[in-house]
Design a protein around this ligand. Structure first.
Ligand SMILES: *Cc1c(COP(=O)(O)O)cnc(C)c1O
Length: 386
């Protein structure tokens, strides 16, 4: 058994990130400026979208996206229940109603049939979340959206880099939101990016990300006056600092290398668990690039004498850190009490919640770390078979 604890996640930050941050510190310009602009350009080039806007979180990105398309009072936004708090809360910020939908048992991605059934005349947006980094069934979701004339805002917090039938995530829906939170596939500590091909929404989101202030307005009225600005709307404070963007630029350069390291770990896990019927390994469907942000196994409860919580505890005793993605939204007090959802409203997500365990998967893991996870999972399964 390993001697020291293997954390569930560690970021990969090297000399390049240190140097980049030092340069920003020395420059004296710490907040949004040339680095943020460079990061946006590099990111747009990487995913192949027309406009990229750097912001200080994916939550901010999702809020700006829903605001830009006009989500508001009385509207509805369709969100999977198998996601993080951020996906649905942004609809509530705008006084809209988050309408939760169940997942497909195998992929844990939102079920397009459930999306179709949840459409009403009040639906304003559908928010696919590419769970763990595996793209949702986007053809089906985009078809429902087109037929009902509603927008598709993707929560791609896990899906960098991912692709769907040859199309990079960031080029499919109307607006796509990425996260650079510390546990995500690339990080700026806190940060996010918005990708869209729509100029009007891109402009709206840029203005709203910085207090609703129009830079064009002062250009129009005062050629020389850099102190002048005009407040057009009640905006937010969602800009990304150059300090963070400098880290992002370096992380983006390493994104493919990081992806390859995670894909190798995923492959090793999957082949190592193949002979264990007690464990259902995650699969990547044909035509998909799975970012492998998360590696979520599903336990077969009928084949084990221990619960998921005990399974996690046994791994912890063997010095392996794990996590659970996610406690479905409908099981939280907010959604249960305010919106009246019950465990049985979403049978797939409720059942999955009892089975899921996220194993460590990040480039900073050594081959021995990966082997230690495999050994701990195999030992735990073998000692607790029914
Ligand atoms: C991490 C995460 C977010 C939020 O990202 P932040 O950058 O922390 O705001 C949103 N959605 C999902 C699915 C996430 O996992």
């Amino acid at each position: 058994m390993r001697k020291n604890f293997l954390p569930f996640h560690l970021p990969s930050l090297g000399a390049e990130e240190h140097r980049a941050v030092e340069e920003v510190l020395r420059s004296g310009w710490l907040t949004t400026g040339p680095r943020a602009k460079q990061f946006e350009e590099n990111f747009a080039g990487f995913v192949g979208c027309k406009y990229a806007l750097a912001v200080n979180s994916a939550t901010a990105a999702l809020h700006l996206a829903l605001e830009a398309i006009g989500v508001g009072s009385g509207g509805e936004v369709i969100v999977p229940t198998m996601t993080f708090a951020a996906s649905a809360e942004v609809a509530i910020y705008l006084n809209a109603h988050p309408v939760l939908v169940d997942c497909v048992p195998d992929t844990l991605n939102m079920d397009p049939a459930a999306v179709q059934r949840s459409i009403t005349p009040r639906t304003q947006a559908i928010m696919p979340v590419h769970f763990a980094g595996l793209p949702c069934d986007m053809d089906a979701i985009l078809e429902v959206a087109r037929a009902c004339n509603v927008r598709v805002i993707e929560d791609a917090a896990h899906a960098f880099p991912s692709s769907y039938r040859g199309r990079t995530i960031g080029t499919l829906g109307d607006i796509t939101c990425f996260s650079f939170y510390v546990t995500k596939t690339i990080t700026t500590g806190e940060g996010g990016m918005i990708a869209t091909d729509n100029e009007e929404w891109a402009n709206r989101m840029r203005i709203m990300s910085l207090h609703g202030i129009s830079k064009d307005a002062w250009k129009r009225y005062m050629a020389e006056g850099s102190w002048y600005y005009e407040i057009l709307y009640p905006g937010f404070k969602y800009n990304l600092t150059d300090l963070a963007a400098a880290i992002g630029i370096e992380q983006l350069r390493k994104a493919t290398q990081f992806y390859q390291a995670r894909a190798r770990i995923a492959e090793l896990y999957t082949s190592s668990f193949q002979d264990l019927p007690e464990i259902r390994a995650p699969k990547c469907s044909d035509g998909m690039v799975h970012s492998w942000h998360l590696y979520v196994v599903q336990l077969e409860p009928t084949r084990l004498r221990i619960t998921r919580d005990q399974f996690i505890e046994k791994l912890r005793e063997q010095n392996i850190g794990t996590s659970v993605h996610f406690i479905p939204l409908h099981l939280h007090p907010l959604y249960r009490d305010r919106y009246g959802y019950r465990p049985e409203t979403f049978p797939n997500a409720t059942a999955a919640y009892e089975r899921i365990v996220s194993l460590p998967i990040y480039p900073a893991m050594s081959p021995q770390d990966v082997q230690d996870v495999v050994d701990a999972v195999r030992t735990t399964v073998k000692e607790n078979r029914r």
